[in-house]
Design a binder for this molecule. Sequence first.
Ligand code: IMP
Length: 192
Amino acid sequence: MQQLVIASNNKGKIREIASIVEDIELLSLADIGFAEEIAEPYHTFEENALAKASAIYGFCGKNVFADDSGLCVNALNGEPGVDSAHYCGQRDDEQNTQKVLEELNGTADRSAFYKAVICLIWDGEVYYFEGICEGVITTERRGAGGFGYDPIFIPAGYDKTFGELPLEEKNKISHRAKAVTKMVAFLKTPAP
Ligand code: IMP
């Protein structure tokens, strides 16, 4: 079976990705003995995803992918965007969601989208896969499922937040599911 390192310590991301990927053995950072934080200093998802995948490829030389993702709120000029994980100044999902709700207080346009960019390093070559999920921001937290901003994000066509929807439902339409599905299709395609 093909092996692939997932360059993340985010349990929410790992759970979602592991439930989509089949026929590939996913290795965690613990499996390869990597215990450090990986810096994400850039201003685009692409650059941060490449930084994470490259750091792990440099460490172990194995095929690896990294997901860099975030919530982009239109009325906030795309914020929190690449700063989603630390929007409130620290890695705290509840305070991050609270900050978005406060910033949007009284704002009519509550449209937003999640974006995920996967950087795959396979046999030393770099590939990117992207997924977007459109939706709107609620006025209060709803549901305890998912992670991050899920309790305040209602995907387009639904009336429940990702915090209220089961993982199987999120995995049909999420930004991450779309990006991971593209990567899996690429890996299944036989080399010419
Ligand atoms: P990073 O990719 O490690 O920079 O972190 C991504 C951050 O974006 C997460 O910590 C969450 O705050 C947010 N995020 C990305 N994808 C999701 C999602 O599917 N649900 C909720 N929050 C997400």
